[in-house]
Design a protein around this ligand. Sequence first.
Ligand SMILES: Cc1ncc(COP(=O)(O)O)c(C=O)c1O
Length: 430
Amino acid sequence: MKSHDLNARAQAVMPGGVSHELRYKTPPPIYFERAQGAEKWDVDGKRYIDFKLGAASQILGHAHPEIALAVAQQMARMPYTADCHPLEVEWAEWLNRLFPSAERVRFTGSGTESTMLALRLGRAHSGRDKVLRIDGHFHGWHDMLLKGAKPGSDLPPSMGIPQVVSDLTVVAPPDLDAIAMLLNKDTLLGTVFVEASGANYGSVPLPDGFLQGVRALTDQTGHVLIFDEVITGLRWSPGGRQARDGVTPDLTTLAKVVTGGLPGGAVLGKVGIMDLLSPGETRDGLSPPVSHKGTFNAAPMVAAGAVKAMEILSTGDVQAHADAMAARLRDGFNAVFQTLDVQALAYGESSTCHLFFGGRSIDGLDAAAIRKTPLAVVKGLRDGLQERGVDFMSFTSCVTGLPHTPDLIDEAVAHFHDTISDLVRDGVLS
Ligand SMILES: Cc1ncc(COP(=O)(O)O)c(C=O)c1O
């Protein structure tokens, strides 16, 4: 198989043979070379129905013709010169219209860069160094927000993070009383970070009213509230979860869908905080007060695709379709669990579907309990589905998008039935 040969070459030149640790797999990962809509093909020509959609970035599907054309035309006209250009203005205007918390926008190179920058702004505005973040929520891979990404652990899941940096990050459960206590007790806390979907794009949903509650609390205490909408931005609604739920953070971090599925990201928020990035402002002798650079910020080749994506996604029709397809997928998976008498649950908000293999409900469970799927199930599910031509996002989660049709969903559910059936037969599931 060509994937095996490619992986042998990759192992010789790349750590673990991969460019992202979650792409590592034994037996070796599948190498893909073509994708269109909700389907993709590996280097051996095998076709897969895709529920990963570029780590949730391609809500419009792979190689959407209008995005592809906009990017191709921009590549021919002016890919990137490191100058100001009209498309970045148009893109920022779109975000200002769509997101309730947007008064100013700054573009970045990725979701991780967005959360790094937002946190620097939070520290500068509050004048306090510590950040409170919620157990299991993911905000990218940088030093300040990695601690707490692994649910149930107060340790950063990486070597190389200085203890002094780690000590500035406080991990809290998604519990308003506990958060209030920490905010009132620790006078060095200045910023609060929340993944707007709940941990891991909603696999651990937030308690009802949590976002409203944390907004009210931080309004009282004066902490800077940041919603990480890297996943939810333009997916939960054209204006993200904040527009859907009517809760406005001080700052918002974005990437993935917001860039039309192209590399990049954005931070947006209140002018009083965002203008710390303006070279026209001076504080403590610094102009701009908060420094931020980045060679590829708002690169025209990305902005062209992003602006086209904003036009298509601003009506909400794509999101409504993707949500309906995810609901069909969840219903199909739950019917399989019923038929095969497996104590498991498919659940999720918006255009997501998550699987829980510890019973028919996740009520009252914390992030560590919800995300603890036995390795044999994770591996059996992934390998069984991939063998049948279905690819999930992160082992037990899926996202849907514009190109998913009822027929594709039903085809995937049939393969899911056969995979789960095998796992029951082999004693991996009961
Ligand atoms: C909620 C959230 N924040 C931040 C990030 C980091 O984004 P990136 O991978 O673009 O650095 C991700 C990535 O999946 C994410 O899901």
